[in-house]
Design a protein around this ligand. Structure first.
Ligand code: KIV
Length: 287
């Protein structure tokens, strides 16, 4: 199967084929999601919440992202691997941002990076794309600005904010971004943005008109129930399945039902007799 590229995604938008993106943070999940046919694997800084147990995404470092991206890249044959640039890895200076993005691309196997922001980062997006680094934008609810927003509420609900978001999306497209994530904005605005851009939009809590959809894998599999936003659909309840399996394991170990004979390695009679005789001889020598 051929690798999904920036070009593939452009063609998918042109031919109205919906794009699918899920987060992945390790080899096992990356391989399962890739083999199931998902188009993009996002090593999101949501790994701060989902994998590392932080309250928000702010503590995630470039090293964290690179460590997890390396594992995901080893599991992905077909999907494009996009690595999130974490908080403060691209805000201090363009030079530092280029160094960090370069390291992520060079050493972790990512095919692209994702940055939060619009006009503020457009110049940097241009520098990155000029240097051959594909950039995915992220507008609307940008979790790295949680303290500025004062929470995770719906964004761009007022006409003025909606107009700004439209302008921001055009600035990202002009700067060379190959796609834009639209998070937690009204569906009607996402439809307008999607129609106004030649690059794909990928929605999360942004309604059905986006060119693609993204979810955090642990959310859609029902593994992460600390907080379930309205936009999450739980396609299964893996937490309950895992809970059942683990409880069965504990019970079986306690009553000696596991491991059973089929899970154990046995010696044939001849090997066992020889083994016992040699053991006896060894014991005699010790005595
Ligand atoms: O970090 C992440 O997982 C994300 C997605 C929710 C788009 O940015």
């Amino acid at each position: 199967m051929k690798r999904i590229t920036v070009q593939t995604l452009k063609e998918m938008k042109a031919t109205r084929q919906k794009i699918t993106m899920l987060t992945a943070y390790d080899y096992t999940f990356a391989k399962i999601l890739d083999e199931a046919g998902v188009d993009i694997l996002l090593v999101g800084d949501s790994l701060g919440n989902v994998i590392l147990g932080y309250e928000n995404t702010l503590p995630v470092t470039v090293e964290d992202i690179m460590h997890h991206t390396k594992a995901v890249a080893r599991g992905a044959r077909h999907a494009m691997v996009v690595a999130d640039m974490p908080f403060m890895s691209y805000q201090v200076s363009d030079e530092k941002a280029m160094e960090n993005a370069g390291a992520i691309m060079k050493f972790s196997g990512a095919n692209a990076v994702k940055l939060e922001g619009g006009k503020r980062i457009a110049g940097l997006v241009k520098k990155m794309t000029d240097a051959g680094i594909p950039v995915m934008g992220h507008l609307g609810l940008t979790p790295q600005s949680v303290h500025q927003f004062g929470g995770y509420s719906l964004q761009a609900k007022e006409a003025g904010e909606a107009k700004t978001l439209l302008e921001e999306s055009l600035a990202l497209e002009e700067a060379g971004a190959f796609a834009i994530v639209l998070e937690k904005i009204p569906a009607e605005l996402a439809e307008l943005v999607t129609a106004g851009l030649s690059i794909p939009t990928i929605g999360i809590g942004a309604g059905p008109s986006c060119d693609g959809q993204v979810l955090v894998t642990q959310d859609m599999l029902g593994m992460f129930d600390k907080f379930v936003p309205k936009f999450v659909k739980q396609y299964t309840n893996l937490k309950a399945t895992i809970d059942d399996a683990v409880k069965s394991f504990i019970k079986e170990v306690r009553v000696d039902a596991f491991p059973a004979s089929e899970h154990s390695y046995h010696m044939d009679k001849e090997t066992l007799d020889r083994f016992m005789a040699e053991l006896d001889k060894g014991l005699e020598e010790i005595r």
